[in-house]
Design a protein around this ligand. Sequence first.
Ligand code: CUA
Length: 183
Amino acid sequence: MSAILPPSDRLWWKQPIDKVEWAWIAIAFVWGMIMFGMMIYWHVYGKQNLSNEAYRITPELFAAKAEKFIAENTIRTETDQDIPVVKVPAGGDGYLIARLWAWYPILELEEGQTYKIHLSSMDYLHGFSLQPVNINIEVIPGYEHVVKMTPTKAGTYAVVCNEYCGIGHSSMLGRIYVTKKGE
Ligand code: CUA
């Protein structure tokens, strides 16, 4: 029998299902259920799928909130790019703007503190990817994502855009600093 010709027996769907086919259907179903369970398991016990909330907001309103946060909490500017480094108050709220093609500003967090990081895009879809810890959040214009984060290790983290957003996509890089306790 050839795959390009119609089946010789036109009522093929009335054929009994072979034992091997049943076995594969069962394997696929059980695997699907395991994967479904793992999504919930990783959310509760894993460290990557963070709890987050999302609210509708306009880019203008989000930018205004972010600018206020930046004006109140900037501790220095990075000389090479003149980007403000903003210390997020411990237990408080930090704002990060995604736009063509930059993350703004640079956030500074403290080890062991819990923060609410607000993310939104000014223009198109961007992807917040925090490396090397591999936390991934889609940043969608018109929505304010609020993500709870507790950095556990001091260091410099890179924010990489992982949703293709045009010619400057590959250079859309940002930074988050995590300082040691009490620094
Ligand atoms: Cu922003 Cu890719």
